[in-house]
Design a protein around this ligand. Structure first.
Ligand SMILES: [Zn+2]
Ligand SMILES: [Zn+2]
Length: 139
């Protein structure tokens, strides 16, 4: 369970839906009185930004024509010490784990103007896999 916090435009549909669900899971955990200390310490959640993040993800879901039927419940942030998600780490991990996110990052960065060389991109992504698991964890 984690927040990626990256620009939703560089996230594939599966990652958008996944993070959206996890934002709900974090909020449900807070409402249920469960401790998020481990997630906070490991930079997996920014409790203060859960509501804003939910909004960003829902906006992108709507933009992509997906339905959103799950308003975020009301909750209060019980944490004084909050987490800090490392955006660069999020981007690297997503690019390693997910070919679609990798391609979207390249497009957004202007490295690609269009998807003209899918096989070259695939080779690049495959090369990432060689030592990626050590750095970014198993998929
Ligand atoms: Zn929702
Ligand atoms: Zn993805």
């Amino acid at each position: 369970m984690r927040m990626w916090n990256v620009d939703p435009r560089v996230m594939c549909n599966q990652h958008i839906l996944g993070e959206h669900l996890e934002v709900h899971m974090f909020v449900n955990a807070i409402i249920a009185g469960k401790k998020l200390d481990g997630f906070i310490r490991n930079g997996k959640v920014e409790v203060r930004n859960l509501r804003t993040r939910h909004y960003q993800l829902v906006k992108q879901m709507e933009h992509l024509g997906m339905n959103h039927l799950s308003p975020l419940p009301v909750f209060t942030n019980p944490y004084v010490e909050d987490g800090e998600v490392d955006l660069k780490e999020s981007l690297r991990t997503m690019a390693f784990r997910c070919f679609k996110c990798f391609v979207l990052q390249r497009l957004e960065a202007g490295v690609l103007v269009q998807l003209e060389k899918p096989e070259r991109l695939w080779q690049e992504w495959k090369a990432l896999q060689i030592d990626g698991e050590e750095r970014y964890g198993k998929k």
